[in-house]
Design a protein around this ligand. Structure first.
Ligand SMILES: [Zn+2]
Length: 238
């Protein structure tokens, strides 16, 4: 399960990892806390269409909890909605934003996920579904670049497809066709060519840290158990 404040966040911070896990036969679900309707460009309807196309390209299901975009809070009410989704989809692990991210909606989502994951395992909680507590929360380092990742996932083979998934959000990100047609007025950081260059640079930066071409970086609050120390990678650049 990947839980994000807005549709398109999970694609940016874990799109390659999701594609990789799907390639290994794992199933997945994206949970959007809000519909992204308060964004400068596009509308809730346009973003819902884009989000559906992105989920299809990733091969995962998608649900939206309908919390208010732009003013997300870690409320018990929001937690209850997320717990219902956790109990319904019963994920083994949950990916989400790092708490140190700049956007307040992202930080609120990180706190919300941590509390909901714990409470979802409580048997006497008044929320539909059987109790279920995912084993791990993986916080995406993404734009919180001062955070030291706990591990990086090699997504070299998935990188082109990850970019294709991101381009499903033509209302949000720069695409040459969208810019030429002038379909979405309004200037945002995300809609500049520089933003997509930064996505590329971060992918290469974290890739270089594990001697791969592209990687996505994650932080984990608990210490990770290593089953086989000889299987941790660490080869020279292939
Ligand atoms: Zn966001």
């Amino acid at each position: 399960m990947a839980v994000a404040a807005h549709p398109d966040d999970a694609e940016l911070f874990a799109g390659g990892t999701i594609l990789k896990l799907r390639g290994m036969g794992r199933t997945g679900v994206l949970v959007d806390i809000s519909d992204g309707g308060a964004g400068t460009r596009g509308s809730a309807e346009i973003r819902a269409r884009e989000a559906a196309a992105a989920a299809k390209a990733l091969g995962v299901r998608r649900v939206c909890l309908g919390e208010p975009d732009g003013r997300l809070r870690n409320t018990l009410e929001a937690q209850w909605k997320l717990i219902e989704a956790i109990r319904r989809f019963r994920p083994k692990v949950v990916f989400t934003h790092h708490p140190a991210e700049e956007h307040p909606d992202h930080g609120a989502t990180a706190a919300l996920v941590k509390e909901a994951v714990f409470r979802s395992g409580l048997s006497k909680l008044d929320v539909p579904g059987e109790p279920h507590r995912p084993g791990r929360i993986y916080y995406a380092v993404a734009s919180a670049t001062s955070v030291l990742p706990a591990f990086c996932v090699d997504v070299t083979a998935q990188w082109k497809d990850k970019l294709r998934v991101i381009r499903c959000y033509e209302s949000q990100f720069f695409t040459p066709a969208g810019a030429k047609a002038g379909r979405y007025p309004g200037k945002t950081d995300l809609s500049t060519p520089a933003f997509m260059e930064a996505v590329e640079i971060r992918g290469r930066f974290y890739g270089a840290r594990i001697r791969r071409r592209y990687a996505e970086a994650f932080w984990c609050e608990e210490t990770a158990e290593v089953i086989d120390p000889t299987a941790l990678g660490g080869e020279r650049f292939p």
